[in-house]
Design a protein around this ligand. Structure first.
Ligand SMILES: [Zn+2]
Length: 266
């Protein structure tokens, strides 16, 4: 978390800068500095940044006000994690863009653990850009980076987790296929309709890494937390998964992350 000293020093730097230049863009520059200090990571806006695959592309940034609003949301969501968590998760740099794609497929975010960076699309994807969706995406994608930091693999098959689903269950072919299905058929992957015991939504069925990233996103976002709280009450497998996720995060970092709000997973 941010210390007051960081906030004050950011404010002083920005006030000095404003006084010296008073050019358009100062508000954005100051907000970037403030959020960057608060999160302890580099935030990149309006810059072309190489990715690990040569497959990521995006358009020029949106207007300044939109980026500032996004930064405020990012600040709110990512300061829920303990100090140092983002860097430990290899999110050393957060790159804000719009109209993000991977191999021309629209994406709301792309975690790039090899270069220790996270691309976030400030206008979401598929014309979905509500704050609720954008916040969900932030936590979901950060969790992919966290798992890479633990296992050096973003699609690790965690057997202890998979066993909770019971005999005969098989996950799908991962998130990329769900994106293709959504684009081709408009399949609803995201409504938390608990399609079967142990799963929040259809996206959770696509892979065990997506299952955990979805659960993490629902636990961490303010709007979605009441939904998962209800599901946890009635779904034993989901409760067991929450306990396992909590243990995973405890192993990753001490003191462990505390899920915000009133949710208890033990
Ligand atoms: Zn994912």
């Amino acid at each position: 978390m941010t210390t007051w000293r960081s906030f004050i020093s950011a404010a002083l730097v920005c006030m000095a800068f404003k006084a010296a230049t008073a050019q358009p863009g100062d508000d954005l520059r100051c907000k970037i500095e403030e959020v960057s200090l608060a999160l302890g990571v580099k935030i990149v806006v309006n810059e072309s940044v190489p990715d690990s695959w040569g497959a990521v592309s995006y358009g020029p940034n949106a207007d300044e006000g939109e980026v500032i609003r996004y930064l405020e949301l990012l600040h709110h969501e990512f300061t829920k994690y303990p100090e140092g968590y983002l860097k430990q998760s290899r999110a050393d740099a957060i790159i804000l863009v719009q109209n993000l794609t991977f191999c021309e497929q629209p994406r709301a975010a792309i975690p790039d653990p090899y270069k220790k960076q996270l691309f976030l699309s400030i206008n979401g994807a598929f014309r979905i850009a509500s704050s609720r969706y954008l916040a969900h995406v932030m936590h979901h994608e950060l969790h992919h980076l966290t798992e890479y930091s633990m296992w050096k693999n973003m699609t690790f098959d965690w057997h202890e987790w998979i066993l909770l689903n019971g005999d005969g269950f098989c996950y799908g072919k991962g998130g990329a296929e769900a994106y293709a299905d959504y684009m081709a058929n408009g399949t609803d992957f995201y409504t938390p309709d608990n399609p079967q015991q142990g799963f929040i939504n259809r996206y959770s069925l696509t892979g065990d890494e997506e299952d955990r990233a979805e659960l993490m996103a629902f636990l961490m976002t303010d709007y979605e937390r009441p939904v998962i709280a209800k599901l946890l009450k009635k779904d034993l497998i989901l409760r067991e998964k929450s306990k396992l996720l909590t243990r995973l995060l405890q192993d990753f970092r001490r003191p462990s992350i505390q899920f915000p709000g009133s949710i208890r997973t033990d």
